[in-house]
Design a protein around this ligand. Structure first.
Ligand code: SF4
Length: 405
């Protein structure tokens, strides 16, 4: 599907789509594997530090506080042919590390001064190690996320970890971290979170005004934008979407879970929509939604506040240790809050965190009598027919019988 096809398919019933131009801009940003928009930002901000990170949670506010730009690296998607990347990893792991290596070796990530690798799985740990060896002149940060949620232990540890990364970024050219600048960056992150919250609210209440595939583009497009700029773009979309002349559809409402790191192609999401599913909640681009609540931007110790934001407000997802929380409770709460009819488990092939969590979540869904189905994908999946038929059968079954056996 071409970009122009995409825009025409979301066109409303009558007048020109008030969101069309904005969606087109987002699609262009999402498809910008050469990171040209980041190069432009760097040219306009000489000397500023650009920090890439794997596309899950990373402390983006820290980078902005040091005068830099955080850039989520979402892999190569369908467009990047893997030639060298395959020789660095076994065949039985997910696709994103290979395409990330391919982008790195191909020079598409040269604009990045560093990369952050949050500790969510062994694959990312290994990728972080390889990055250090392959790109010795760039900064490479392994972000050791806390497993203990007490402020005096996990909070202190993670604040120390953030302080270490700030110091190291400074040695590689970022500005020195200053408390007030960190507070401002956290305020900006709160603005982004609030804007994404409005977008998600619109999807839940009026899914015909904002398709999941559109929300996907809007949130992902901000992976290489400053938080404030991204927030403004989403706010603009929400205002425009409310003016769309569209009708509700007779679709089932689903929550999609498991797609938090390697991203599904946007056309796969369109295939689910065409199969009769309104995806009213999901964990795509989890990094942008990971913190469920405002960061305490007025705290006396903003570094500790940034750490405690992850510890106290981090979403209960497969990529994060959940301590005493009950497995599946958070997903059931999500289903209830979004008035969903069912759950689609959609995980990247060989994604350990998602696929280890899934059986436990399926048991929890069974016990709560919430219908569910599952499939796997890769970022370069090109054929969606089987998934579309499966989602169509699921949607019909939920409509007819409510519960799928
Ligand atoms: S897709 Fe899953 S296994 Fe692969 S790097 Fe991401 S979190 Fe790790």
């Amino acid at each position: 599907m071409s970009s122009s096809d995409f825009v025409s398919q979301v066109a409303p019933i009558k007048a020109a789509d008030p969101c069309g131009a904005l969606l087109q801009r987002c699609r262009t940003l999402v498809e910008d594997h050469e990171l040209n928009h980041v190069k432009q930002w760097k040219a306009a901000n000489p000397g500023a530090f650009v920090m890439g990170h794997m596309p899950i949670y990373a402390p983006r506010a820290l980078v902005e506080a040091q005068g830099g730009l955080a850039v989520a690296v979402f892999g190569g998607g369908e467009e990047v042919d893997i030639i060298r990347g395959d020789s660095y990893f076994q065949s039985y792991i997910c696709h994103i590390p290979r395409s990330t290596i391919e982008l790195g070796l191909g020079g598409q990530l040269d604009v990045l001064d560093g990369m952050m690798f949050p500790s969510i799985c062994d694959v990312i740990r290994n990728l972080g190690g390889m990055w250090k060896i392959l790109f010795p002149n760039k900064y490479s940060a392994y972000v050791d996320l806390p497993q203990n949620f007490a402020q005096g232990i996990g909070g202190k540890f993670y604040a120390h970890e953030l302080g270490r990364i700030a110091e190291e970024m400074h040695k590689f050219g970022a500005q020195k971290l200053e408390p007030e600048k960190l507070r401002q960056a956290m305020r900006d992150e709160n603005l982004r979170r609030a804007a994404i919250g409005k977008l998600d609210e619109l999807r839940r209440t009026e899914p015909h005004r904002c398709l999941a595939s559109e929300a996907y583009l809007l949130v992902r497009a901000g992976g290489g934008l400053l938080a404030k700029e991204h927030a403004a773009m989403i706010e603009e979309f929400v205002l425009a979407a409310k003016k769309r002349d569209t009708r509700p559809r007779d679709n089932v409402r689903v929550v999609l879970v498991g797609a938090f790191c390697e991203q599904a192609p946007v056309d796969l999401i369109r295939a689910l929509e065409k199969a009769g599913c309104d995806i009213v909640d999901d964990d795509f681009q989890l990094g942008m939604r990971m913190i469920e609540g405002d960061l305490d931007a007025e705290a006396e110790d903003p570094l500790l506040a940034l750490a405690m934001g992850f510890i106290k407000k981090g979403a209960a997802v497969a990529s994060r240790y959940i301590a005493d929380e009950v497995k599946g409770k958070s997903l059931i709460d999500k289903v209830k809050a979004s008035k969903a009819d069912g759950v689609i488990f959609a995980a990247a092939s060989f994604c350990d965190p998602a696929l280890l969590d899934q059986p436990m979540l399926e048991v929890a869904m069974d016990e709560a009598k919430i219908p569910h189905t599952s499939f796997k994908y890769a970022e370069n999946t090109g054929q969606f027919q089987v998934i579309r038929e499966q989602a169509g059968a699921f949607s019909d079954a939920v409509k007819l019988w409510g519960q799928v056996e």
